[in-house]
Design a protein around this ligand. Structure first.
Ligand SMILES: [Zn+2]
Length: 318
């Protein structure tokens, strides 16, 4: 089966022109994340220019709040998830300077103020805690070149407290292992330059067990496979140099079987409705496996490798 590149580009661009149509676009509370997923998918398809750069930047700035964070949409409260998406989009466009130095100071303060004494991060001022938000905060600060030992050391401590005996990681200490959390934990450790603290054989084994009979990957034992895990599991394996634990040919066929050849886009499982979330993570998985001449993706950031190179590596050399 082939990858319907042109169809996928049309599909992603159509999302932008149906802004008012909720059938086509994601609901408002995911709009900024959705824009990042769409732009990154287009970037991997080498078609970033299919989005109008100035329109996207104007939209990102319309989501900026006085507290220095970004909401998912104009007039929405700031959240770490939408803040990271905003920064990733601006980085892809080489446009972080639109924030101004003063604006960036406020963004750094917004992020660091959400760190708790145990090193975890709340997603917003309402207080939900999850290893996802640690990754989100640390990548955001990395993009801004504003990591510090004070923030990073505590964050690493918290991430390590979420490691389980089976080799996986959970969303909080003692929580069940889950592939998406393994990615956010390994991603944080990678940015913090602390992957040497991971038992890569054990974690690699747990991740390799995620491939099921039809080639797809699941999030936890005895769950159905889902295309987005092509990213969470593969990127984790890439970070610890264990990509060889997965049968690429079978996973590729599974991802391609989730395409809609009429409308474009990729779904979670064959025959289901496509969406931009599964489209980007399906493409990113194929890119990590080196298929279809896709633009190479960086497993640490879920950005094109070339964009990831613009991020200053921690620890900073003075
Ligand atoms: Zn999914």
């Amino acid at each position: 089966m082939a990858l319907y590149k042109e169809k996928h580009i049309e599909y992603i661009v159509s999302l932008d022109t149906h802004v008012k149509d909720y059938q086509y676009w994601l609901s408002e509370h995911l709009r900024l994340n959705g824009t990042y997923w769409g732009l990154t998918a287009l970037s991997l398809l080498d078609s970033k220019d299919s989005f109008k750069k100035q329109d996207v930047i104007d939209f990102v700035l319309s989501c900026y709040n006085e507290d220095g964070g970004f909401g998912a949409f104009k007039n929405h409260d700031s959240h770490l998830l939408s803040t990271l998406s905003a920064l990733q989009i601006l980085l892809i466009y080489d446009s972080l300077d639109v924030l101004t130095d003063q604006g960036i100071e406020k963004t750094v303060k917004f992020i660091t103020d959400l760190q708790l004494p145990n090193g975890a991060f709340q997603g917003d001022r309402f207080g939900e805690v999850d290893t996802r938000f640690v990754y989100t905060a640390i990548q955001s600060l990395a993009i801004l070149g504003r990591l510090s030992s004070k923030v990073v050391d505590k964050a690493v401590e918290f991430i390590l407290s979420c490691a389980n005996f089976d080799g996986g990681f959970g969303l909080a200490p003692g929580a069940e292992s889950h592939s998406a959390q393994v990615f956010t934990c390994l991603g944080t450790l990678a940015i913090a330059d602390k992957l040497d603290l991971v038992d890569v054989e054990l974690t690699g084994w747990w991740l390799s067990e995620r491939q099921v009979e039809n080639g797809g990957l699941n999030g936890r034992p005895s769950k159905l496979p889902d295309v987005c895990y092509s990213w969470w599991v593969l990127s984790s394996l890439a970070l610890i140099n264990k990509l060889g634990y997965i049968d690429f040919a079978k996973l590729r066929e599974f991802i391609l079987s989730c395409q809609d050849e009429v409308t474009g886009g990729i779904s979670d499982r064959p025959g289901n409705q496509v969406d931009v979330f599964h489209t980007i993570f399906g493409l990113a998985g194929l890119s990590l496996m080196g298929y279809e001449n896709l633009v190479p993706v960086d497993p640490m950031y879920c950005l094109p490798v070339e964009v990831g190179k613009k991020i200053k590596k921690w620890p900073y050399k003075e």
